[in-house]
Ligand binder design. Sequence first.
Ligand SMILES: [Zn+2]
Length: 79
Amino acid sequence: MICREFIELVGAYFDGELDAGAQDEFDAHLACCVACSLYLDSYEKTVELGKAAFRDDPAEEPPEDLVQAILNAKGPRAR
Ligand SMILES: [Zn+2]
């Protein structure tokens, strides 16, 4: 399998639509190709971000403890 074929299968991979043979070739390419491994990572993150964006969540406030942690990280003078 070459990188272009791999990338064409990524969508099917995430949809669980690869047949056993394609899945084997997909895994084999993934194991030996750093570029496609990174591509798969970023694709996965994009999918997650896409799902997060479609959540029915109105303009979400940052959690209070996160705000405090950031303020604390700036040092005592920030308070
Ligand atoms: Zn590749």
